[in-house]
Write a new protein. Structure first.
Length: 483
């Protein structure tokens, strides 16, 4: 099968979890005899991209993400046209390169990309985070999980204390985004990496049609992980590893702040990774029993994890399907995490009972870690098979690739109606109909010249009347907030 992987997270000198998943999947498909290429960005360098990310096939630099901010932070508002614009840009790049491939598999942050593809493209997307209905992709605000469902109240994520006008613009942006996601899921095949993600989306849009969606957990390259486990020295008692991006929501600071004063004398915490909170955390804790190694390549990180007494994933945000947890389990290391998001689903991949320890609170997580560090480091021979290995999960994915049931878009062309999901803003009685922001019947972007991609300016709204819709929505919000 000829497969085109697509992601705006690639290439890059430091590849995160999503990008790492794409490369792992693509390499395993290549090893299984399929023809695979990756389509990614052209504004992060265009030379030796495949080698940079460790991909064994061809890398195509096909689109840029120029001006990604659109001054949202400065204006303190989510722009209703920003994400549809970038979705169209990626859709056009896919349309230019899809010919010659049997399937296109998108892994990214814009769930509505499929709305901008020709009907003939066999398209699959994987949703890796809560970005199907949350514009920050995390559902994490003010140090805690966010349960807000009202679109206008999402303005607090970009401007605390936002007023009526900012809330109204954000309501239009969030409402249109969620509606476009729902229509994309109804039209094309979609994979959620955990049932948690699927349930979270239905919580925001309970009327959404997810009949074309499946849940397939992230996969790992178990032969490589098993080799790392076999090559590792015996785990050193007291070695605790934290690996990941040091950012808000990842829980590194909260865990180290609570655990460091209580560490037994033989314990040592190794922190692998970089991020905006690293400097402050290293200034406060970067000596004695805590050491910061910064970003390390994948092989080095695996080697550190394979010889650790204990791996801890202290994320406060709801991880959809933590690759770090899966890798620790595959390496045979005990792993601790908070019982939230999709992490409890991963207990099915334990190699031995109790390998994945879950706590309800950060205090409970620290307590579990201290208890394990007081005991002896466990070393068990790696298993011959692992449930989340590519060999186990690929058949299900390949079956999805080969599923040739007509998309909703094709059915619509033959006379079957397409379900539309209007977003109801619960702060007033009238549905905020935002369907025009990503109209399926927009002119086919595949007919645009390829040379336009690198320099194109933001498009006009797809449907005449979108500006009028925008003004009407603002008018309703201003009346509602009038004092």
């Amino acid at each position: 099968m000829r497969i085109l992987m697509v992601s705006e997270d690639l290439p890059g000198a430091q590849v995160g979890g999503l990008g790492k998943h794409v490369v792992t999947l693509a390499n395993r498909l290549l090893a299984a005899g399929h023809e695979v290429a990756i389509l990614g960005r052209n504004d992060r360098g265009t030379r030796d991209c495949a080698a940079q990310i460790g991909f064994d096939g061809a890398f195509i630099t096909g689109f840029d993400m120029a001006y990604p901010g659109w001054k949202e932070a400065q204006l303190g508002v989510f722009n209703p046209f920003k994400r549809p614009y970038f979705a169209r840009k990626i859709g056009r790049a896919i349309a230019r390169h899809a010919r010659g491939f049997d399937v296109v598999h998108y892994h990214g942050h814009l769930p509505m990309v499929g709305l901008h593809l020709p009907a003939a493209v066999n398209y699959v997307q994987t949703r890796h985070d809560q970005g199907s209905e949350c514009l920050t992709h995390l559902r994490f605000r003010d140090g805690a999980v966010c349960d807000n469902l009202v679109p206008g109240e999402c303005a607090a994520c970009i401007r605390p204390g936002a007023g009526a006008l900012r809330k109204s613009v954000t309501a239009l942006a969030v409402g249109g985004y969620r509606d476009a996601s729902a229509r994309a899921f109804a039209r094309h095949k979609t994979v959620f990496v955990s049932d948690f993600l699927r349930r979270r989306f239905l919580r925001a849009l309970p009327a959404a049609d997810l009949s074309r969606c499946r849940v397939i957990h992230n996969l790992v390259d178990y032969p490589r992980l098993r080799a790392a486990a076999l090559a590792a020295p015996a785990p050193r008692r007291g070695d605790l590893l934290l690996a990941g991006r040091i950012d808000a929501g990842k829980g590194f600071a909260e865990f180290i702040d609570a655990a460091r004063p209580r560490l037994p004398p033989h314990a040592r915490v190794t922190v692998v990774g970089d991020g905006p909170l690293r400097a402050d955390l290293e200034r406060r804790h970067g000596e004695g029993q805590v050491r910061f190694l910064g970003w390390q390549d994948y092989a080095t990180t695996l080697a550190l994890a394979a010889r650790a007494h204990l791996c801890v994933v202290p994320s406060l945000c709801e991880e959809a399907c933590s690759t770090t947890v899966l890798e620790a389990l595959a390496l045979g290391r005990p792993c601790l995490a908070l019982a939230r998001g999709g992490t409890p689903e991963l207990a099915q991949y334990q190699i031995f009972p109790g390998q994945l320890g879950l706590a309800d609170t950060m205090a409970g997580l620290v307590e579990l870690a201290l208890q394990q560090l007081d005991g002896q480091a466990r070393r068990a021979p790696p298993a011959s098979r692992f449930g989340a290995d590519a060999d186990t999960l690929l058949p299900e994915l390949l079956a999805l690739y080969a599923d040739d049931r007509p998309s909703v878009h094709r059915a619509r062309r033959s006379g079957t109606s397409l379900r539309i999901f209007p977003i109801v803003d619960k702060t007033h009685d009238t549905p905020a109909e935002t369907d025009q922001l990503a109209k399926p019947d927009a002119p086919d972007p595949a007919n645009q010249p390829a040379s336009r991609d690198a320099s194109e300016q933001p498009d006009q709204p797809d449907q005449p009347g979108a500006a009028d819709l925008f003004d009407h929505h603002l008018h309703l919000e201003q009346r509602r907030h009038a004092r």
